[in-house]
Ligand binder design. Structure first.
Ligand code: HEM
Length: 211
């Protein structure tokens, strides 16, 4: 097992699996955040129920491990690829060899990392004395913060549009019959998740702040 995890393909499998589990987190996180649209009480109740759950700490450690594996191992794979092939693929320079999403994975990923640090600092460690709803909605009254969120969610859409189908490819799920469907599902999933998350700051800014 350890030998496999250390091999080049083993590392890619780890990145793919961690990425797919993170996709599950995104679905549950977006579903929870949609309570914002229902109202202050609904969102605060949801947040309190989550915080009271004794399993939350286990889930948080699991989530942190997934992010760490996904980020650190993908950077290692990238570094090793660079060392093995300093000039890069010829086809990468030509049109059609790889998608824009695939070539920008490192940039969209790094922007998402910056987003994650800012996001957790503001919402997880921010002052939620008046309830989490107030904390979130107040942060989204700043137009620069909203613009940063929308930019980061565009990066998330781009990252997922390549990452989703690429993960299945890495795991060996490839077949002329269903690969096109996995690609379509990846496009749909990335648009839904990125669009859903981007909607929230825009909704809070335009709907609740009197702008
Ligand atoms: C508009 C979009 C988003 C909103 C409104 C939002 C809201 C929140 C809030 C309120 C918390 C704090 C939860 C608590 O203290 O109980 C939180 C935590 C978190 N968010 Fe988001 N989030 C958004 C997008 C994202 C995205 C796109 C990601 C990942 C790429 C993400 C990753 C996280 C993580 C990892 C935590 C910490 C979870 C924990 O330790 O409990 N969020 N988010």
């Amino acid at each position: 097992m350890i030998e496999f995890a250390r091999s080049s393909i083993g590392k890619k499998v780890l990145v793919a699996l961690a990425g797919l589990f993170l996709c599950l987190f995104l679905v549950t996180h977006l579903a929870g955040n949609l309570f914002l649209l229902v109202g202050e009480n609904a969102f605060n109740h949801y947040a309190e129920a989550l915080e009271k759950n004794p399993l939350l700490i286990v889930a948080e450690f699991g989530l942190a491990a997934l992010f760490l594996i996904h980020i650190l191992v993908s950077l290692q794979v990238k570094y090793e690829d660079r060392r093995a092939r300093p000039i890069g693929y010829l086809q990468q320079k030509s049109k059609g060899g790889s998608s824009w999403g695939s070539r920008t994975m490192i940039f969209s990923g790094l922007l998402l990392l910056v987003f994650l640090v800012v996001h957790i600092k503001t919402f997880k460690f921010g002052d939620a004395g008046e309830g989490l709803f107030r904390l979130v909605v107040t942060a989204f009254q700043n137009k620069f913060y909203v613009a940063f969120y929308v930019l980061a969610m565009s990066a998330l859409g781009l990252h997922l549009s390549h990452g989703f189908q690429s993960a299945f490819q890495t795991l060996g799920v490839e077949h002329p019959g269903y690969t096109p469907w996995i690609k379509k599902a990846g496009c749909f999933f990335s648009a839904l998740i990125a669009g859903g998350f981007a909607l929230l700051p825009l909704w809070a800014y335009f709907n609740l702040g009197g702008h």
